[in-house]
Design a protein around this ligand. Sequence first.
Ligand code: PEP
Ligand code: MG
Length: 764
Amino acid sequence: MTMLDSLRSIVQEVNSVKDFAQVLQIIVQRVRKTTDTGVCSVYLHDSSCDKYILAATEGLNPQAVGQIRLGANEGLVGLVAAKAEPVNLDDAESHPNFIYFPESSEERFRSFLGVPIIHHGLVLGVLVVQQAEQRRFDESEEAFLVTVSAQLAGVIAHANATGDLARQLTPELAHSNSQRIFRGVPSVPGISIGTAVLITAPADLYAVPHRPAADIDHELALFAHALEQAKQDLRAVHAELSDRLNQEERALFEVYVSMLDDTSLGGEVTVLIQAGLSAQTAWSEVIIEHIRNFSSMDDPYLRERATDVRDLGRRVLGYLQQSEVEEREYPADSVLLGEELAAPNLADVSVEKVVAMVSAKGSRNSHLAILGRAMGIPTVMGAMDLPWRELEGCPVIVDGHQGVIITNPTPAVLNSYRAQYHEEQVLAEDLERLRDEPNLTLDGVHINLWVNTGLRLDSLLSLDRGAEGVGLYRTEIPFFLQERFPSEDEQRKVYREQIEMFAPRPVTMRTLDIGGDKALPYFPIEEANPFLGWRGIRISLDHPEIFLLQLRAIMRASEGFDNLRILLPMISNIPELEAALELVNRVYNELTGEEGYQLHRPLIGAMIEVPAAVYQVREIAQRVDFLSVGSNDLTQYLLAVDRNNPRVADLYHTYHPALLQALKQIIDNANDIGCPVSICGEMAGDPLAALLLVGLGYRILSMSATNLLRVKAMLRQVTIAQAQELATTALTLPDTTQILEFLEGAFTDPDITRLYSPGTTRLS
Ligand code: PEP
Ligand code: MG
């Protein structure tokens, strides 16, 4: 096997195990075999004592694991760690750093190659190979080790964050139920205290919780039934395809069916169920073990069979899950946890029972977070290290302000969060009183506070909070809830409801903005760079049949009303804008001319959400009735930070000086031309950012309904002159942190500061 093949198969094998200790063991075994050396060991950094501890070895005395401990610069391992680069020695004993550990039986090994395991600049450990005869490891061996260690670094960093690393190094912690703190991307503010409820993708072998069998005979019967159904499926597919399969392929089907027999997988699972495991647990454990075995085979054909075992495993698991007859009971304080929570997951739960949501994937502006915001449910996204599979039923606190999840909180932390929760309830009640007060600054200037909508629920909430208009109706949201493109009439009904609900207040309907992270289940788009790809208006112009139909539905929905505004997303050049405007006009003329509809001409606007549009504001403004700034996308494109990627979420700054300059340029140029501008990105709903926007000259802010009263309370306590002064100074500051510190420090009145800095519970 070539080194590349070995690497691939090591990665595959590592990916197919759940357990960190097992990962380390696989690494040392496979690396020793591939490099054909006497020893391979992994040393891991224990931050509690600042030492590198032997964590796994193949070749040294296994009793030495946990016993050999070296400080930075101590021994050869310490030297690798201190230098943060490989050390390659043909005669280790003659090196001044060499230390002899009797417990390791190490004297037999003369040559030494150690490479650091580095993640985000930190040395997390050292990977070492040693050999009895004196020789220098060659460049390709060194490169191989460096590559393995780079792969391992991510796994160790994850284990560190989940606490698995500490448990590996200090086995006494292994079964403790102590408090653990995980971090993600703060996505919807608020505090919730509740009980974890796992939302798993169906038929995910790796997400099956470890459960004992309540009734062994019942589990055996369920299992037999699931196997029979899977066999029937296979036979049916076989029959259907039989004339198109060659003999070899036909034989493969037979192998599958026989794998399910008692003498094979079926038998192994039955033994485990009889020993007291539930059918799902037993099945997933047996299958995972087999996937692992196949993945580690040298023969590429056999390695490929891991995929077949996985498919078979998922199929049977699917049947087992289907026969989970009991209806799932959701506690009244459900905190939904999952790998990639999405809108459809909310369909099974009654929303009143959901107090918080946490997703391991996604970020602040993902679709789920936008829904969470619309419903006011504290949400943390991108909690990549959360071991969500293990948390079913666990008490948790979700702090949506800091993006923190605390499992098994201590009484002190719990009390502190309860107090903070109470404070927030008091604030919410105080804000309720502002509902019917005018949106005026202290010196009497009216600021339009509009809302972003897409669901019926957020429209109702918006009206309840006194919204003065809809600055952004995301038409893609009703598209998500369908199984195919909605027809003209289906669309017309949904849009009309929105237009009618808010009339005579303005309603801004944005045309379909799919692509990026917003894929329709029935219109998948596979791209390497979806945010730079086929998105928004680009799709609409390439599919005029979809665009024209939508425009007809939108305009027909406004019959009898005069409050419709149409907004075009993702405009990045003038020809695109002109092509879209031409289609809008064509639809209007057809409807009012040939078809005789009595319609008011809608106002047409363009979104300013890509940097190119910022530089062309004047040209765009001359061609439309209004502009709307999409600061969510503008931030990601200006800063080159994917809005959906938790790895770079801490670089996604709406208070970045570059963004403030862009916002100023937009409003100044649009004002020159006399074109009204609104802003509908999430920053408009942040009380401090709203102030800054007003200071820059924005007079229409459109936000999630949940933020509306908070922003209103803020603006009612400042004058335009104060806001302008803050904006002027903010524009002179060189980085986000300074801008934020300046704005946060600008007020001392607790009635104001409580609007933007919720009491934080300090976590060590
Ligand atoms: C934006 O990009 O700021 C915006 C409002 O649109 P969306 O979040 O739907 O992309
Ligand atoms: Mg956008």
